[in-house]
Design a protein around this ligand. Structure first.
Ligand code: SF4
Length: 286
């Protein structure tokens, strides 16, 4: 008997930004014609990780911080699959931070959506790597993951959206999925997605965000200038949103492709074709 997966109802608090991320993702998948049987969502641990339960496609809940190596493996096993990693700032930037760096460097064609709320919502509001100084007892400087992405030469797509600006978020989500779908490499989209229960930043972010489209001369193909602009805006206490960087570089799955050894999920595994060799192997032990 075959069981058909039915998407679950979200379990997020009313008003959580993650609703907006899910909506943008579902609408973008539909707009790009990504069918449920061609998509795999791999989720991290945290409130945002439950997103994979709610969308009609394949889903897998990875170990804490291990979304990206799992997603890279899935992409290498089947390059035809639209692989989408989702998670939060705690999962992606603390325990998973090392994997993010190396995935930016490797450039596999998958999409990674980080719902950044500057807190560990699932465990009731501890400081995360993106919590500002003074959040609770946090004495550390917060991380800007987009600037980290810019500093890694292999990165090819960096964007930041905000759930308070859903039209732009939809555009950025679609652009990220398209980048990966066309085999152009790793599409990394961070979404400012407020946690209304433990760190309600809606009011502050409404004025802190800065849409890069306001900058006439901003060129997302110019990595150096983008970094300088991000730094300037950070010093002014602003949070840049929009397409931050887009570059060209061969994708990992293209470089790793080997005609003699098809990707594992695409190999012919018809048992009848291997029975003879199996029998021979058994005979060799007699
Ligand atoms: Fe969203 Fe925060 Fe509630 Fe978690 S605790 S579901 S992040 S609002």
């Amino acid at each position: 008997m075959t069981a058909t997966f039915k998407p679950a109802r979200p379990i997020w608090c009313a008003g959580c930004g993650d609703f907006g991320v899910q909506q943008a993702l579902e609408n973008s998948m539909q707009a790009l014609g990504i069918e449920p049987h061609d998509a795999l969502i791999i989720a991290g641990i945290g409130c945002s990780g439950s997103l994979q339960n709610n969308v009609r496609c394949y889903g897998y809940h990875a170990l804490h911080g291990r979304v990206l190596p799992t997603a890279t493996g899935a992409k290498l096993a089947n390059a035809n699959l639209a692989v989408i990693g989702v998670g939060g700032d705690g999962d992606g930037y603390a325990i998973g931070g090392g994997h993010l760096m190396h995935t930016l460097k490797r450039n596999p064609s998958l999409t990674y959506i980080v719902m950044n709320n500057g807190t560990y919502g699932l465990t009731k509001g501890q400081a995360s790597p993106t919590s500002p100084t003074g959040y609770g007892e946090n004495i550390e400087e917060n991380l800007d993951p987009m600037m980290m992405g810019l500093s890694i030469p292999g990165s090819t797509f960096l964007a930041r959206g905000y759930t308070g600006q859903p039209a732009q978020l939809l555009e950025l989500t679609t652009a990220a999925l398209e980048h990966a779908k066309k085999g152009r490499g790793f599409a990394y989209l961070e979404v400012l997605s407020p946690c209304v229960t433990y760190n309600d930043t809606y009011r502050a972010w409404r004025t802190d965000v800065y849409d890069l489209e306001q900058d006439d001369g901003y060129d997302p193909a110019n990595r150096g200038a983008a970094f300088v602009r991000m730094l300037e805006l950070r010093e002014q206490g602003r949070l840049p949103i929009g397409l931050i960087y887009k570059g060209e570089r061969p994708a990992l799955e293209t470089l790793a492709a080997n005609a003699d050894f098809p990707a594992p999920a695409l190999q012919d595994i018809d048992p009848a074709k291997f029975t003879e060799k199996y029998e021979q192997a058994l005979q060799s032990f007699m």
